[in-house]
Write a protein that binds this ligand. Structure first.
Ligand SMILES: [Ca+2]
Length: 187
């Protein structure tokens, strides 16, 4: 095994331990990785996070849903982060709700309920994977304004990488590098 290949295996091993497992969490690829329904849609607007770009928008009822399945490791903990903004279009009392759901068997986690307008705000929550594919879902409706959702990350072990064999390769690579360095030092 060449030194270059060993170095590569070390890098792969490191990235498998902690990764952002969301596909197109910024929506900048156009949002094709996400399924939308109800009040939710993908838009290209100067109102999106960090200026003119893509994000998800939620209008009036019925409840909108933006979701995708993410590859996880059963039993592992993941940190979910996303940015949310509420633009009020009415002087009426706020009539809206925004929920995060990690699995369609686990109840909705309400993030916002009848809130007035607010600027981009970072929401973070820790969740545990109960299978090797979790339903990452953001649901909302805003009857007196608009919700915008952008820059979603889910940090944790990447379930699409065969972790035990990668770790084994990493350990083997590290041992061989150590032996090679000892051999070089002796000669
Ligand atoms: Ca974006």
């Amino acid at each position: 095994m060449s030194r270059k290949l060993l170095t590569l295996s070390l890098l792969v091993g490191t990235s498998a331990l902690a990764a952002n497992i969301v596909t197109d969490g910024t929506f900048e690829a156009g949002g094709a990785a996400w399924t939308t329904s109800g009040a939710a849609s993908i838009i290209n607007s100067a109102n999106c996070h960090n200026g003119s770009s893509f994000c998800a928008q939620y209008g009036p009822s019925p409840l909108g849903n933006v979701h995708q399945f993410v590859p996880t490791v059963t039993g592992a903990t993941y940190t979910v982060s996303f940015w949310l903004r509420s633009i009020s279009q009415s002087t009426a009392p706020p009539d809206n709700a925004f929920h995060f759901q990690w699995d369609n068997l686990i109840p909705l986690v309400t993030q916002v309920n009848n809130a007035g307008a607010f600027d981009w705000t970072l929401f973070t929550t820790d969740v545990v994977a109960t299978s090797n594919s979790m339903w990452l879902s953001f649901q909302g409706a805003n009857n007196t304004g608009t919700f915008l959702l952008d820059d979603i990350t889910v940090e944790g072990p990447d379930g699409s990488v065969p972790e035990p064999s990668t770790l084994l390769l990493t350990a083997a690579g590290a041992s061989l590098l150590f032996l090679r360095s000892r051999k070089t030092a002796k000669t």
